[in-house]
Design a protein around this ligand. Sequence first.
Ligand SMILES: Nc1ncnc2c1ncn2[C@@H]1O[C@H](COP(=O)(O)OP(=O)(O)OP(=O)(O)O)[C@@H](O)[C@H]1O
Length: 307
Amino acid sequence: MLLEVCNLYRRYGEREAVAGLSFGVESGEIFGLLGPNGAGKSSTLGMIAGLIRPDAGSIRVAGIAGERARERIGFVPQALALYPALTACENLTFWGEIYGLKRHQLQERIRAVLDLVGLSERSQEPVARFSGGMQRRLNLAIGLIHQPQLLLLDEPTVGVDPQSRNRIFEGIEQLNREGLSILYTSHQLGEVEQLCHRVAVLDRGRIIAQGSPAELVARSGQGLVVLGVSAPLEEQLARLVVLPDVLNVQQAPGQVTIATARPQQVLAPVLEVLNKAGLAVQSVQLVEPSLEAVFLQLTGRSLRDEP
Ligand SMILES: Nc1ncnc2c1ncn2[C@@H]1O[C@H](COP(=O)(O)OP(=O)(O)OP(=O)(O)O)[C@@H](O)[C@H]1O
């Protein structure tokens, strides 16, 4: 195991931001921490990077803890760490020197990381002239300058245009193919499903599920049919529950949620029951079995909700 995080805790006053997290990242793996805003993702990365002091717990990289472990880590925070008046190349030189890279090695690394993030041709321009997406790509390049073994990425695609997002994704996949291990945080399910070999689903500082995206979805096996209705269901509820493939039915004001492994197939018979009863259906949402459905099932909330 390259990264071992064991029983990590961090409070801010009364708020428990990270409440006993344990997980590991294997060598060569892209591991995702998936959770809504405020779930504790940034705090966890900050502690692994050595910028936030944990209240309790241990963090080891390749079996070692402390400063020597952190030398093996590259951290790409959400906030940009760039000097706008300096060029891309000067920014990288600044950070490379902090990491103690020697002149010759530094030049070589700067070339490699600029190439990886697709900024070689803009290397002599002041960063102030870069788009938001380009600045994020440079931020990623900085995290890689000292050739870390483990890269920590804190929501690297937030507010990024599709072109830069694709470039960031391609860069991550290429780095991983070359052997870099990556801890990736996101609240975007699609990203995690596409990129990560394994994922821990985080909610209010705790891991509520862990496994490969496919495993998590298969384990829950649930998709949803969510219907907006004009009036509460009464005796129709019992008719819905016994329909083939319906796992359970929940009702909230104005809304009925039907859990099923096969949302598409279940929709028609459900609508038939409601039509016969003269109930107007105002909206229909189908959620195929996915990490979104897993999160909804485990927490009763959507990943996009504020906590
Ligand atoms: N310096 C701080 N002081 C007080 N509370 C904080 C501080 N940093 C984080 N928190 C709180 O701790 C909780 C976890 O925050 P954290 O930033 O780790 O979550 P996150 O999952 O990364 O969310 P986001 O995606 O919004 O960055 C939140 O409730 C947040 O408000």
